[in-house]
Design a binder for this molecule. Structure first.
Ligand SMILES: Nc1ncnc2c1ncn2[C@@H]1O[C@H](COP(=O)(O)OP(=O)(O)O)[C@@H](O)[C@H]1O
Ligand SMILES: [Mg+2]
Length: 275
């Protein structure tokens, strides 16, 4: 493993007037890592993604991609926003090409690349379909593919499966893991579902509200590939219990010391580097 992190979030902080939306946050992400982020609504998850994607310049700190400062520079990573809607008047293929078409003239090679990738991941029969003629799961795949097709190195996915029923969701999780493994991408994934967070990730980052910050980072040492069986292993159950305990303890007593985190202060998480 290289010593340089793929992505380094260094002392990033976001204030909106007098409100601190995100207090000093640091995290190193390894190349090819899958990171899940959980935390209550309003704790700064989307703000963190806006900053990492460069569409928002933080009031403090820096973002480094392979060692280069990309703070406030957009277009360096793929970003699927929390409400990433498909354009209803564009076909599947043209929706996938949307990002590319905003920055340049779409070439024949771009179209071939997008169509090839879409076909590889099960959308081949839907290239000419419009969003209204597809299921929720299919639309989510198109939205994900749009993020993936032209920026597959690092991807930020903000609650991409939030609106899906549980069966479709499970299928999409498996599908995403396949894409991630085959493309060797690095993924940061926001979800409010602790099962989903653990199932997908190498590490789960738990955030806490007001002001938003990283509370603790958990290693997920479950074997891959993962499947339904994974959800019933003792390792999964123990990890889920620990994460839920942290979340509920915080809800019960905001700011209270944290006995379940082994007496560690918030600034010394097991492996997420906090400055
Ligand atoms: N542009 C903005 N102006 C002022 N406050 C904002 C802005 N964007 C986000 N916030 C505030 O920052 C906090 C974090 O928001 P957000 O990152 O969307 O949380 P999450 O995604 O975890 O639900 C919230 O209190 C929100 O109201
Ligand atoms: Mg959000």
């Amino acid at each position: 493993m290289s010593t340089t992190a793929k992505l380094e979030i260094r002392d990033v902080e976001q204030r909106f007037d007098s409100t601190v939306a995100l207090s000093r946050t640091s995290l190193n992400v390894r190349d090819g890592e899958f990171i899940s982020i959980v935390g209550p609504s309003g704790c700064g998850k989307s703000t963190l993604f806006n900053i990492v994607s460069g569409i928002q310049r933080p009031t403090g700190g820096r973002v480094l991609l392979e060692g280069s400062d990309v703070t406030g520079r957009s277009g360096q990573v793929g970003y699927m926003l929390q409400k990433d809607l498909l354009l209803p008047w564009r076909s599947t293929l043209d929706n996938i090409l949307l990002g590319a078409s905003l920055t340049r003239r779409v070439s024949r090679a771009d179209r071939a690349h997008a169509a090839g990738l879409a076909t590889q991941y099960g959308l081949g029969d839907f290239l000419d379909h419009y969003p209204h003629a597809m299921s929720g799961g299919m639309r989510q795949r198109v939205a994900l593919m749009r993020t993936l097709a032209f920026a597959r190195d690092v991807m930020l996915l903000d609650e991409p499966f939030g609106a899906l029923d549980s069966q479709t969701r499970m299928e999409m999780q498996q599908w995403l893991l396949r894409v991630w493994a085959e493309q060797r991408s690095t993924i940061l994934f926001v979800t409010h579902d602790v099962d989903e967070a653990i199932f997908l990730a190498d590490r789960v980052v738990v955030m806490s509200p007001r002001p938003g910050r990283i509370r603790q980072v958990f290693d997920v040492e479950l074997q891959r590939p993962r499947d339904l069986e994974t959800l019933t292993t003792p390792e999964f159950t123990t990890l889920k219990r620990d994460i839920l305990a942290l979340i509920y303890e915080r809800d019960a007593a905001p700011g209270a010391p944290s006995p379940s985190s082994g007496g560690e202060s918030p600034s010394s998480t097991p492996n997420g580097r906090q400055a």
